[in-house]
Design a protein around this ligand. Structure first.
Ligand SMILES: C[S@@+](CC[C@H](N)C(=O)[O-])C[C@H]1O[C@@H](n2cnc3c(N)ncnc32)[C@H](O)[C@@H]1O
Length: 205
């Protein structure tokens, strides 16, 4: 039953929800300048592909859910650069140390079970000159809202396939050893308050 939901039903819901205007605008803002050999973790249904700029040489798409991969295939077929699709978890990636120019994560750090291990892996595979680009929802600075995010996370994890509402994205990225080059926050339009607090930016290895 869990597999049916997470691999067949949830990917279809997610593909719809993740195309809200405010989320698509954030993808565009984040991805235009990403360049070189890129690893995108939590590739989902491939909604970022049209937003990458001309500087991308190759993209390795990492996601453990085969249901997501199925929906991503038609978008991969339209990509302007080579896309290698790998059914993997970000906590352990079989890529060389210091080998990629950019790692991209869009609304994925919320869903990775061992997010600290995954961030350490992302940092390991980046070249010394490489950067992590991300846009993520997370723990609100509003204490009342944060209280609700903490209360509702156990339910959210069941409904949204492991998604946590209450991760402090800026802090966990810093704790993993990254150094922010640009980091901004905004409330995404037309989303429920518990999801709307966003962190967008990029951080050096
Ligand atoms: C909320 S979705 C976001 C999808 C996509 N990044 C987007 O922007 O539309 C979270 C994604 O993270 C993936 N995911 C969950 N656990 C993961 C893990 N351990 N490693 C990598 N990806 C994971 C899920 O399968 C899902 O595709």
């Amino acid at each position: 039953m869990k597999t049916l939901y997470s691999q067949k039903i949830f990917p279809v819901i997610l593909d719809h929800v993740m195309q809200f205007d405010s989320l698509m605008a954030a993808r565009k803002k984040l991805l235009t300048d990403v360049a070189g050999d890129v690893v995108e973790v939590g590739f989902g249904t491939g909604l970022n592909l049209p937003f990458y700029g001309e500087g991308v040489l190759s993209l390795t798409a990492v996601d453990p859910n085969p249901g997501m991969n199925r929906l991503a295939e038609p978008r991969i077929a339209q990509a302007k650069f080579p896309v290698m699709h790998r059914q993997l978890s970000a906590e352990k990636m079989p890529f060389e140390t210091d080998s990629v120019d950019a790692v991209v994560s869009t609304w994925t750090l919320c869903s990775i079970p061992d997010v600290n291990a995954a961030l350490a892996e992302m940092r390991r595979i980046l070249k010394p000159t490489g950067s992590l680009y991300l846009v993520e929802h997370g723990l609100s600075p509003n204490r009342q809202l944060a209280k609700w995010q903490n209360r509702l996370t156990p339910v959210q994890k069941v409904v949204a396939d492991g998604c946590h509402l209450n991760r402090d994205i800026k802090k966990i990225v810093e704790e993993a050893g990254f150094e922010w080059v640009q980091c901004e926050h905004f409330n995404a339009q037309k989303l429920p308050n518990i999801f709307s607090w966003m962190t967008l930016g990029h951080a050096k290895k």
